[in-house]
Design a protein around this ligand. Structure first.
Ligand code: ZN
Length: 178
């Protein structure tokens, strides 16, 4: 795998061109000694289900993977808890106000953005809502729809971590029962 700081050629502190690989996640400046670690960016994913076991699926409005299926969510901001990020992202993208969520599992991902590969750690949370809830797509989401577990095809999810998460969910027999 390409070093995550491959495109960072100069020391961001002193500007020296001797910014060399320190280990798999960091580079070190041979002039001033500065060490910079490229850490995975935390992001949150909402597995929103109704009492019938259906999943609320989004269609991506933007690249990467524009037009493919996705789950609501996004990057955490500095100073937020993951739960606060989840509430904010779900509200921004679906208009749904959520009050509780249960942590499920995590999946690493690589997200191409602005010419570099952003490594992420996607935290999946289950959110239960009533099927009568109203929602509207906004922000990074082109449209939203309910899908029954038997109609979910992981291949329709464009982002790797989301696809792997969907496969994990479908392998969980309790998930199919709703
Ligand atoms: Zn330096």
């Amino acid at each position: 795998m390409k070093h995550p700081l491959d495109k960072f050629r100069f020391c961001p502190i002193c500007g020296a061109p001797h910014f060399v690989v320190n280990n798999a996640s960091s580079k070190r400046c041979e002039s001033c000694g500065f060490v910079y670690y490229f850490n995975p960016r935390a992001s949150v994913v909402a597995v929103i289900r109704d009492e019938k076991g259906r999943l609320l699926v989004a269609r991506r409005a933007h690249e990467p993977a524009m037009g493919t299926f996705d789950l609501p969510g996004g990057f955490t901001e500095c100073g937020e808890t993951a739960e606060e990020s989840l509430c904010r992202e779900v509200l921004e993208e679906t208009g749904i106000s959520i009050h509780s969520a249960r942590y499920l599992f995590s999946e690493p991902n690589i997200y191409p953005y602005s010419g570099i590969d952003i490594h992420t750690m996607d935290l999946f949370y289950e959110v239960r809502v009533d099927s009568s809830i109203t929602f509207s797509s906004n922000d990074d989401v082109a449209s939203l729809q309910w899908i029954a577990p038997e109609d979910i095809n992981p291949d329709e999810f464009g982002l790797h971590s989301i696809r792997r998460g969907i496969i994990k969910l479908l392998q969980d027999s309790s998930y199919r029962k709703g």
